[in-house]
Write a protein that binds this ligand. Structure first.
Ligand code: ZN
Length: 352
């Protein structure tokens, strides 16, 4: 039998499990949005799985080096949208092919307008702008280049939001042994061509951030979502400063939850509570014809462990993070915003 001395302990266990239980029920009952995925398949299994977990998806067309590749992504996105109109939406992107030719921007605008007419919910700009494309004089083309002015003016006037993936995690500019999360260490070890620490001739992290900031300042009517915590993932104070400076800026946390997990939990918790209207939940899952089953397993783990991190005060571990870390135990109102209503607000019309 239990001794009397154990009663306070048993009450504590009961209260803790009741609390975790309520949040588990909330996960089951709540509609959620994964606001940054890449779906290149029409396999119904992925949509069925997402629905069974209560997730809707925003699939994002990306990469700027090939119109053919963009068209193929758009094709998958439009087919999925027609099959699951309330469960999925998509963002359009544009090709940089022949960007120095006269009339390039007009062509981009024409195509983007066509994408909107065909149901796109906004636009995406990828990191190859800033980090890959160089003009005929060998200068890197950054987001604040005059080249993009007509395109950005069009985007602002359209009223549709722009998702920008500009730059990379700051780790990319650091030596491998100074990187803060295991995923970055292995990614940049395997992709030295993208490891900017090895390429001092490429634009600095700071200059890439400045190019994005210039655009935020120049187009205050353009609603911009900074993918991957706006590449300011290493310190919530730095990110907070940008959110304060630019009311038209918000961020998704695609593939960057681990960067919250390596920071001081109280600081991250206070940041999320303060900026609860400016943070969108997302994973960056890439699903193609070949990997649907694998990706479903991966998503099951991501969605559920991320939920535990944000919703409970569990002691957790992850392959990406050295040592253990505490869940943030956010309340229901905040969870509903970051997992759902912020995506509705920043991608209006996408899920209605
Ligand atoms: Zn992505």
């Amino acid at each position: 039998m239990y001794s009397l001395r154990m009663i306070p302990f048993l009450i504590l266990v009961f209260l803790l499990s009741a609390c975790t239980g309520n949040k588990a029920e909330l996960y089951q009952e709540m509609t959620k949005i994964d606001a940054h995925v890449h779906i290149r398949t029409t396999d119904p299994a992925i949509m069925e799985y997402a629905a069974s977990e209560g997730f809707k998806l925003l699939t994002i067309n990306t990469r700027s080096n090939s119109q053919e590749d963009i068209d193929s992504q758009k094709d998958f996105a439009m087919k999925m949208k027609s099959l699951y109109p309330n469960e999925i939406s998509w963002l359009a992107t544009f090709s940089m092919e022949n960007f120095e030719e006269a009339g390039w921007a007009d062509g981009v605008i024409r195509k983007l307008q066509e994408d909107l007419d065909q149901g796109a919910s906004g636009f995406k700009i990828w990191k190859d702008i800033g980090m890959t494309f160089q003009d005929s004089l060998g200068r890197f083309v950054l987001l604040d280049d005059p080249l993009f002015e007509p395109v950005l003016e069009f985007m602002e006037a359209s009223g549709f939001p722009l998702l920008t993936h500009i730059g990379e995690p700051l780790n990319c500019w650091l030596p491998l042994d100074s990187m803060t999360v295991n995923g970055d260490k292995s990614y940049f070890k395997n992709h030295p061509e993208y490891h900017m620490y090895l390429h001092p001739d490429y634009p600095s992290h700071e200059s890439l951030m400045q190019s994005r900031d210039q655009v935020l300042a120049r187009y205050p009517g353009l609603k911009m979502i900074g993918a991957h915590l706006g590449s300011l993932e290493w310190d919530v104070d730095v990110l907070a400063e940008r959110l304060d400076r630019y009311p038209n800026f918000t961020v998704d946390m695609a593939a960057r939850v681990c960067h919250f997990q390596v920071q001081e939990p109280d600081k991250v918790r206070n940041f999320i509570i303060k900026y609860q209207d400016r943070i969108l939940y997302a994973t960056d899952a890439g699903v193609s014809e070949e990997n649907v089953e694998d990706r479903i397993k991966w998503l099951e783990n991501e969605w559920r462990s991320d939920w535990s991190y944000f919703a409970t005060d569990s002691l957790m571990s992850s392959r990406n993070v050295e040592g253990e870390f505490m869940g943030l135990d956010l309340d229901e109102e905040v969870l509903r915003k970051i997992f759902y209503s912020n995506a509705l607000a920043w991608y209006p019309g996408a899920f209605e």
